[in-house]
Design a binder for this molecule. Structure first.
Ligand code: PGA
Length: 319
């Protein structure tokens, strides 16, 4: 059936007034224009919608059916427009974000505050490593990504919002636990458990040791920070992880941070998106929320005093 929304609107006015004259006045159209649209609608339906008896017009059976459908269509359109208004107004939007596995140690806390503020927003969170995140960005699979500094050769906009110190961890009974200012080259005698290829932590670690002329023994690769922490606790070797991942183990005394010279490696977290990406209201609100409020919500575990002095921070001794 080939009809237009304009014809339905005109039909609805004529059916309501049962008068072409009053309908045309309401719609600011001429009476012949209204009659013409009704005639076209009747042709589309294949049945008369009105009948004239004396001076008055009445709806036919087909006209009454058309009135019912026309009301339903109008109501659905109004509902759709309401939904779109809400989406524009941020009430019921959808947020699709992808975050580095290391960032997932603080992102749920942020989402809790954000979702409390916008309870009808739905969230899709993809947690993966740096390499996969860059791919998600290139394939436009996420509104926003939280990761370490992205490479400069891609078409990306990135803003940093928080520090991400990387530290060396050991079990509390390790020979170096409690030692002060451990020389960097002393680490060459130790075995390290490292994150998988494609991890931002792994990349930063390799680059940093290379730049500092240190060669590590890294016979064991593990695909999550959790696995590394368990391995270090079990005495398989030392680890190098973001301080963000260590809150519980440090608090429980299961792991300690070694006080190695020139540590921590100071990195930053970035909120990243494709250059020129058109944001929904929700994505825009989330980005602003991250840039303005993260540091009030996320607290890093404290570093040991020597390391804290090196980063210019005051904090109690730790392990
Ligand atoms: P990850 O860290 O990929 O090692 O989890 C992300 C990053 O630091 O970029």
């Amino acid at each position: 059936m080939n009809l237009t929304l304009r014809q339905l609107r005109i039909f609805e006015a004529v059916a309501r007034h049962l008068s072409y004259t009053r309908a045309s006045e309401e719609l600011h159209l001429t009476q012949p224009a209204v009659s013409m649209q009704i005639k076209q609608l009747e042709q589309a339906v294949g049945l008369p919608l009105f009948e004239q008896l004396g001076k008055r017009i009445y709806l036919t059976d087909a006209g009454r059916e058309m009135e019912r459908y026309s009301r339903a269509i109008t109501a659905l359109l109004q509902e759709a427009s309401h939904v779109f208004d809400e989406l524009k107004g941020l009430k019921r939007g959808r947020l699709t974000i992808a975050v580095a596995s290391t960032a997932n140690y603080f992102v749920p806390q942020l989402l809790a505050t954000f979702c409390q503020r916008y309870p009808e927003v739905t969230v899709s969170l993809n947690v993966t490593n740096r390499k996969q995140l860059l791919q998600a960005l290139m394939e436009n699979e996420a509104d926003l990504v939280i990761m370490g500094q992205p490479p400069g050769n891609l078409d990306l906009a990135a803003e940093s919002f928080m520090e991400n110190p990387l530290v060396v961890i050991a079990p509390p009974n390790h020979a170096l636990a409690g030692a002060r200012a451990i020389p960097l080259h002393r680490l060459e005698q130790e075995t390290f458990l490292v994150r998988e290829q494609g991890s931002g932590t792994r990349l930063a670690m390799e680059r940093w040791f290379r730049e500092n002329g240190v060669t590590l023994l890294t016979p064991m690769e593990m695909s999550s920070s959790e696995a590394i922490k368990q391995g270090v606790e079990a005495g398989l070797g030392l680890g190098l992880l973001s301080l963000h991942t260590l809150e519980m183990e440090l608090a429980l005394g299961r792991l300690v941070i070694l006080d190695v010279e020139r540590f921590p490696i100071l990195r930053h977290w970035y909120i990243v998106h494709r250059e020129g990406k058109r944001f929904s209201a929700v994505a825009q609100a989330f980005k602003e929320f991250i840039l303005n409020e993260v540091t009030q919500i996320v607290a890093l575990p404290t570093l040991g005093s020597a390391a804290a002095q090196r980063t210019g921070k005051q904090s109690p001794a730790h392990g």
